[in-house]
Design a binder for this molecule. Structure first.
Ligand code: SAM
Length: 205
């Protein structure tokens, strides 16, 4: 049991298919690690997909992170691309709750993490490159649970996904690589990206 809580404050209006795949991945990896994954600030009318509720480590709530941790804010570390200090293995002793923005990445980044920064949680950076939310949680877990420094995690920046001889797309994010040297992405994500790219081309025609 890691005893850690990974909390993603959902900041988008709806739960799009990209976020859903990211959240399923975070929930599965939290389950394997014996950690909790809390998805906070969900609108009351929000219907959480069954694929998520079926994972015991997953805890959805309409409460916001400020409300949940009102009495013990110092336990919470905000993963913030604009923080002055990088996350370190020792932060695993200081904090037991790690907070992330439930925002889809954008290029160039719009700094929506600032919405959480304003709430006054202590911030740590995961290096200088923007990551997807599931990657940010994965890297945090590697640093605070496996005690590997942020700079020593194996990464791949801006990978190109090749769909066939003629079609490819470049992802504007940093990913952790697996044993095969390929970027770790949620199951079904490559297919979804291809579908969205095909749709964008169709819309142009
Ligand atoms: N463009 C975004 C923004 O507006 O802030 C970044 C969103 S990122 C896809 C989602 C979340 O992952 C962020 O809110 C942050 O918690 C975490 N994250 C991603 N890259 C990070 C980094 N390099 N350092 C710290 N946290 C990061």
């Amino acid at each position: 049991m890691s005893g850690k809580t990974y909390i993603v404050e959902h900041l988008d209006e709806e739960l799009g298919p990209w976020s859903e795949l990211e959240y399923i991945t975070i929930a599965k990896e939290s389950q394997e690690a014996g950690a909790r994954f809390c998805l906070s600030s969900l609108p009351a009318a929000f219907k959480v997909p069954e694929r998520l509720t079926a994972i015991p480590a997953f805890h959805p709530t309409s409460q916001g992170v400020e409300e949940i941790y009102a009495a013990d804010k110092s336990r919470v570390c905000l993963l913030d691309p604009a923080a002055k200090k990088d996350l370190s293995p020792e932060d695993g002793e200081t904090f037991d709750v790690f907070l992330f923005g439930g925002i889809l990445g954008d290029d160039p980044p719009r700094d929506r993490t600032s919405e959480l920064r304003k709430k006054g949680f202590e911030g740590r950076r995961l290096g200088p490159v923007q990551m997807t939310t599931d990657t940010a949680v994965r890297v945090t877990r590697i640093v605070v649970e496996q005690k590997i420094p942020v700079a020593d995690v194996p990464y791949l920046d801006y990978p190109e996904l090749k769909f066939n001889e003629h079609e490819s797309t470049q992802m504007p994010f940093r990913y952790v690589t697996g044993k095969d040297g390929k970027p770790i992405m949620p199951e079904g994500m490559v297919e979804l990206i291809k579908k969205d790219a095909d749709k964008a081309i169709d819309d142009l025609m």
